[in-house]
Design a binder for this molecule. Structure first.
Ligand SMILES: NC(=O)C1=CN([C@@H]2O[C@H](COP(=O)(O)OP(=O)(O)OC[C@H]3O[C@@H](n4cnc5c(N)ncnc54)[C@H](OP(=O)(O)O)[C@@H]3O)[C@@H](O)[C@H]2O)C=CC1
Ligand SMILES: CC(C)CCC[C@@H](C)[C@H]1CC[C@H]2C3=CC=C4C[C@@H](O)CC[C@]4(C)[C@H]3CC[C@]12C
Length: 465
């Protein structure tokens, strides 16, 4: 039986994962080292490095004119620790103002999760046979929040204030989120061990791995679904708010700037699309496979606000005037990318929803009816689409996702590498994800997945990779 790179056994659960550990003595030295590298060393390195990364990004954008070279000067002639100390000593740690804004937002978002109306939707059946239930009010939440943000901006202006205070104190925002999320993930780890919400929980016996990947698939606290909150109502919504705040700050400083306009518009369309499709997101591997640990929860609470918004943060101090031709070109290419990415997600969902009785690109879809078994032995059936975007390559939709990020970054032109940090990260993340997903689907569907791979041999780039 095989294991995913996340360390999670996809079809048979955590008990067998532990068996794997017990059988370590039989495995070769190479396998032993690889397993420790994947399960302990890499998680430790990431847990130590990524909280610094979001601070480096802020420091580079705000204190070094967006230049990594200038930021690296801090390390010249001194030890790494002295360099790090020098950066961190210029960062402000939380304040009452920042904490109040963040707590106020969280209370608001949690209240809205309960109060706003929405259809009851079911998530995918888990390996233990549980079916998570959600309230589909994400789009309403997004529209309401953006509307309230616009009103708040106007009201604050009357009092000589502005939401751009968040930009002015963004280092405080990042450190506060960092500390809170680090502790919150330990709380989730312990909750998963002693008071799990569902049977989709367990331990690997490795504290580091459990902290990093989590101990529960669908934790709920007082009825609030944690991953819906961290990923959608915090990560994605705060992304939209920060993009708006940074655009406002740029406007306050320089008036209308077209590089910021393209960057903010494309991100906001993308995030609007996300909320329109939020119920679909709740069926993706982030929710079906990744447990609520440091990777997903810290990621959505800190990494999304810190890294995903970094192009906008950079643009605040580095305005570029593109002119109408380049502005329309980048905007147009970005909108086409969003459309293709959306259509790909939609095709897959539509074919399953219509049980194959629909048209894909105007034709009857090519489908594979794949069966699989849950851990309790129950047999289920699912559809794999092998035409449309899903006939070009198995993860073709990652290409428009990357193209889009490129389109909202290229308006910054090529003066600095820093704004390209997100695109570079995305290429690595999505390549890694394509391997993880193939492994997950291979374990789940077996021979049916191999049939799909034969029909559609390439992973991401048709004809190449
Ligand atoms: N900006 C960012 O950081 C990121 C953005 N994204 C975006 O999020 C969206 C969803 O992400 P994605 O990685 O696709 O995750 P998904 O979980 O949506 O896609 C993978 C799942 O889809 C199902 N599937 C795979 N192949 C087929 C097929 N041929 N026909 C039908 N179903 C299939 C499988 O699930 P099942 O078990 O149901 O069969 C598989 O696990 C995309 O738009 C992506 O671009 C993704 C990652 C990062
Ligand atoms: C080293 C880390 C701590 C890495 C953390 C990574 C996570 C923050 C991200 C991993 C997968 C990402 C997402 C997946 C799919 C998405 C759908 C898309 O339409 C919007 C973005 C996103 C929600 C995206 C958000 C960040 C991740 C969870």
């Amino acid at each position: 039986m095989s294991k995913s790179q996340s360390g999670d056994v996809l079809t048979n659960g955590f008990s067998e994962y532990k068996d794997g550990y017990e059988k370590l003595s039989q495995s070769t030295c190479h396998q032993f080292l690889r397993r420790h590298l994947n399960n302990t060393v890499i998680p430790i390195l990431l847990i130590c490095f990524v909280p610094n990364l979001v601070i480096f990004l802020w420091f580079t954008a705000v204190k070094c004119n967006g230049s990594y070279l200038k930021m690296l000067e801090v390390f010249s002639g001194v030890s790494v620790f002295d360099g790090l100390y020098s950066i961190w000593s210029q960062v402000r740690f939380g304040s009452w103002t920042t904490s109040s804004i963040l707590i106020g937002y969280c209370v608001y978002a949690l209240a809205m999760m309960k109060l706003l109306p929405g259809k009851r939707v079911e998530g995918p059946v888990t390996p233990k046979g549980n079916v998570p239930v959600y309230k589909d009010n994400g789009f309403l939440f997004y529209i309401t929040t953006m509307g309230l943000f616009a009103i708040l901006t106007v009201v604050l202006k009357q009092f000589g204030s502005s939401p751009t205070i968040v930009y002015d104190r963004f280092d405080e925002v990042l450190t506060t989120l960092n500390i809170f999320s680090f502790v919150f993930c330990w709380f989730l780890y312990i909750k998963g061990l002693f008071a799990p919400s569902t049977t989709d929980s367990g331990t690997t016996g490795n504290v580091i791995l459990d902290y990093y990947w989590g101990t529960e698939l669908y934790p709920r606290i007082f009825g609030f679904d944690i991953k819906t909150f961290t990923n959608c109502r915090f990560g994605m919504m705060v992304w939209a708010l920060l993009v708006s705040i940074f655009a406002l700050k740029s406007y306050e400083l320089h008036g209308f700037v077209d590089s910021m306009f393209v960057c903010a518009t494309l991100q906001l369309i993308y995030i609007t699309k996300f909320f329109w499709w939020e119920a679909g997101y709740l069926k993706t591997i982030d929710i079906m496979l990744d447990r609520a640990g440091f990777y997903i929860c810290w990621g959505c609470l800190v990494y999304v606000p810190g890294l995903y918004t970094s192009v906008s943060l950079y643009n605040v101090n580095q305005p570029v005037h593109l002119g109408p031709l380049l502005t329309s070109l980048f905007l147009g290419m970005g909108i086409v990318s969003i459309y293709i990415n959306y259509q790909a997600d939609e095709q897959k969902q539509q074919v399953r929803y219509a049980n194959g009785n629909c048209l894909v690109w105007g034709k009857k879809p090519e489908i594979i009816r794949a069966t699989y078994r849950l851990e309790n032995g129950d047999k289920k059936e699912s559809i794999l689409l092998a035409s449309g975007w899903w006939g070009l390559s198995r993860h073709f939709h990652y290409i428009p996702e990357i193209m889009l990020a490129f389109c909202w970054t290229i308006p910054s032109l090529l003066y600095n590498l820093m704004p390209y940090s997100y695109v570079i990260f995305l290429v690595i993340l999505l390549t890694h994800r394509s391997f993880r997903d193939d492994e997950k689907c291979g374990n789940k569907y077996g021979v049916f997945w191999r049939e799909y791979c034969q029909k559609v041999p390439h992973r991401i780039v048709p004809g190449l990779f």
